[in-house]
Each structure stands twice: as C-alpha cells, then as structure tokens.
Ligand binder design. Sequence first.
Ligand SMILES: Nc1ncnc2c1ncn2[C@@H]1O[C@H](COP(=O)(O)OP(=O)(O)OP(=O)(O)O)[C@@H](O)[C@H]1O
Ligand SMILES: [Mg+2]
Length: 163
Amino acid sequence: MTLTLTTHSVEETRDLGSQLASVLVPGVVIVAAGGLGVGKTAMAQGLARGLGVTGRVTSPTFTLLASHRANNSRGITTMLHADLYRTVSGEEVDDLAIGELVESGAVCFVEWGDLAPDVLGAQRIFVSLSQGELDDDRIIAIETQTTAVAEGAIAEALGGWSS
Ligand SMILES: Nc1ncnc2c1ncn2[C@@H]1O[C@H](COP(=O)(O)OP(=O)(O)OP(=O)(O)O)[C@@H](O)[C@H]1O
Ligand SMILES: [Mg+2]
C-alpha cells in the first residue's frame, strides 16, 4: 500500500519528517527518491529534529555519509544521513555498510537511495518526493518494506498531510 501525502511549503516537509521520526525504531533505513532540489534534505532536517539531533543537517553530497548523535525516547542514538548522488556503483554503496551500521541503534535517511536500494539493509521505508501542482507543493509517497514499522502507524502519524 502506498500512502500519498502533500505538503505546501518547506516547513511542512520538515514537519512531516519530524512526525515520521515518531514512529521509527532502530534499524530502519529511509530510502528517499526524487529529483534535484525536490526536498529530500528538507525532510531529513525534519527527521533530525524529530530524533533530537541538535547539530546542523545538510546534504552529505561530498562525504556520502554523515553521522549525527540523536536524543529521543525511541532508543535511536544516531541518525545517519547518506547521499548517493555521486556514488558510481552499487559496490561503493555496499562498502558504506549502511545495513550493518543501523543495527547498533541507528536509523539512516538515504537521499537518492533508489540508486542502490538493495544494499540498504532489510528494514526499509521508501519515500518518493515529486513536484506538485503549485511551485511549493510536493507529493510525498511512502511505502514500507519492513515489519519493524506498521504502515498504519505511519498513516496515523502523517494523516494530517493526506492528499
Ligand atoms: N513543499 C516543499 N517541500 C520541500 N522543499 C520545498 C517545498 N517547497 C519549496 N521547497 C524548496 O525546495 C528546495 C528543496 O531543497 P532540498 O535541498 O531539500 O532538495 P533535495 O531533494 O535534497 O535536493 P538534492 O537532490 O540536490 O540533494 C528548497 O529550496 C526548499 O525551500
Ligand atoms: Mg539533498
């Protein structure tokens, strides 16, 4: 089942990311897809806020993978943030070992994760962002490939943005 949501501003996309944090558990990887400048980093910034990350979150386009200490009641101690835009092969992504890293109390938000979804761990939530009707509208489609987070819980947490 795909949950389809709409946001109308960058702040709303951040708020949606922050709300999504409230249903996550350690080990989950968010595989984010969508074109240049559509709002993946904005959503990651909201997720970071929801997970109690205090530092600044920017696109890790050149470092590929950033690690932020998180502070929340969900047992998530780290938010990893990857950006695969500049990676050249699935092997290079595999070397980042995201699936293993999240097993020690982390979650990971992967921008351009659709470029190598198969090496991003076993518990995945797919998020696809696209331009909506108005300039600042974004359509956000969410699909789970994990038993760790119930689709119903996501729908309930994000219901306010239902299209
Ligand atoms: N509803 C919205 N949600 C998110 N961003 C929006 C929205 N409306 C306008 N924007 C603008 O779109 C841009 C999104 O930029 P952002 O860096 O988050 O995109 P990105 O998908 O991470 O891009 P890249 O692929 O280059 O990493 C920002 O300039 C933001 O202000
Ligand atoms: Mg980005």
